[in-house]
Design a protein around this ligand. Structure first.
Ligand code: HEC
Length: 170
């Protein structure tokens, strides 16, 4: 046997072995993909829908009086939660609507926390204070706009803010 022939035999065996090995790897990897990813893909809603689309019957028979989903689709609209308008608390109202003037004393507004500025006003009673806050009030030191200019606030919210301000200032 010539050396060339020997080499060729060896070469064929090696190549053949590699081909078989490659094939084996290919089969194993296919099998593995099938057992792992394949399951997820096949279980996927899109995949399922595609299958159904391919195999569904061409025509369908509806008997008279029979309701069918595709003819009268009932769209499930989840009940929208009612926006709950929660009233703001006294401090919340104060911080959003009143602090601009009453925090700094702008325009003659009695400053919250300044007992001297509030003593006489508090002496009028809570009802008068609330009324002045609700309807607006032009006094000796300046002008208190109706609801502090926040007409979107409820009377109860203004009252809560007044109570908070008074509580902080006595
Ligand atoms: C634009 C500025 C301004 C804003 C905003 C404002 N106030 Fe006033 N407030 C005043 C001024 C000025 C006075 C003083 C009026 C006076 O006595 O001459 C006053 C007075 C008051 C008084 C005392 C009234 C009295 O009889 O002595 C209360 C209570 C009051 N404000 C509540 C509030 C509340 C509650 C808010 C927020 C919802 C608010 N204010 C927002 C300017 C403001």
């Amino acid at each position: 046997m010539s050396r060339d022939q020997k080499f060729f035999d060896m070469y064929s065996i090696v190549i053949g072995g590699l081909v078989i090995l490659g094939l084996a790897f290919f089969i194993v990897s296919m099998k593995m993909a099938d057992l792992t990813q394949g399951i997820y893909v096949r279980d996927g809603a899109e995949y399922q829908a595609a299958i159904y689309e391919r195999i569904r019957p061409l025509g369908q028979v509806y008997l008279a009086g029979e309701e069918h989903a595709s003819l009268s689709p009932t769209v499930d609209t989840p009940a929208e939660p009612e926006p709950v308008a929660t009233a703001m608390s006294g401090p919340q109202v104060y911080n959003s609507a009143c602090i601009a003037c009453h925090g700094t004393g702008i325009g003659g507004a009695p400053m919250v926390g300044d007992k001297a500025q509030w003593a006489q006003r508090i002496a009028q009673g809570a009802d008068i204070l609330t009324q002045h806050a609700l309807q607006g009030f032009a006094g000796a030191t300046g002008y208190m706009p109706e609801k502090g200019g926040r007409l979107d606030l409820s009377d109860a919210e203004i009252e809560a803010a007044v109570n908070y301000m008074v509580g902080e200032s006595r």
